[in-house]
Design a protein around this ligand. Structure first.
Ligand SMILES: CC(C)(COP(=O)(O)OP(=O)(O)OC[C@H]1O[C@@H](n2cnc3c(N)ncnc32)[C@H](O)[C@@H]1OP(=O)(O)O)[C@@H](O)C(=O)NCCC(=O)NCCS
Length: 131
């Protein structure tokens, strides 16, 4: 995998292989499978920031830039890009290592921005804790 260029000095929050059961009839991976991992990945820095429950309030943008195929190893990177009073916008980038096709390339397949809201015990928006 020496030619693969995953982002340097950053740790993925999730890595997972795409399996045959995740395929759509067109032969690539079902978009909803990727969206699910993007939502989970985005919640991780939000949960770490709040140290309590968060919910997904909005998907601000979502782009499937390239297809994912069975056997690809996907790596999700997620970072908080802005904060409001109770909400955080998290950018999620997904890269695929094309392990199935004997390739060593690593390409960005998906990019999204999601909004997470911190909630209290009554499931109402809660101010983000002081850093
Ligand atoms: C999250 C929830 C508690 C927020 O309640 P609400 O009445 O919308 O609260 P508010 O209007 O005060 O908005 C809360 C924050 O979300 C932001 N927000 C509201 N609508 C938004 C939208 N469409 N896009 C982005 N951010 C939005 C607000 O700007 C506010 O952020 P701020 O405090 O940083 O300024 C409520 O909408 C909810 O429970 N939604 C369902 C969540 C869910 O089930 N998600 C799926 C599973 S995790």
């Amino acid at each position: 995998m020496s030619e693969c260029s995953l982002p340097e000095n950053r740790m993925p929050v999730i890595r997972v292989p795409a399996r045959p059961a995740d395929q759509n009839p067109g032969g690539s991976i079902f978009g909803g499978w990727i969206m699910s991992y993007v939502d989970i990945a985005g919640s991780i820095p939000a949960l770490a920031r709040v140290r309590g429950p968060v919910v997904t309030r909005a998907v601000d943008s979502f782009e499937f830039k390239k297809p994912v195929f069975v056997g690809d190893l996907i790596s999700c990177y997620a970072d908080i890009v802005s904060e409001g009073r109770t909400s955080m916008k998290v950018k999620v980038e997904v890269f695929a290592q094309r392990m199935s096709k004997g390739e060593t390339s690593c390409i960005k397949v998906t990019e999204a921005v999601l909004t997470y809201v911190a909630i209290d015990e009554n499931r109402r928006p809660m101010q983000l804790p002081v850093k």
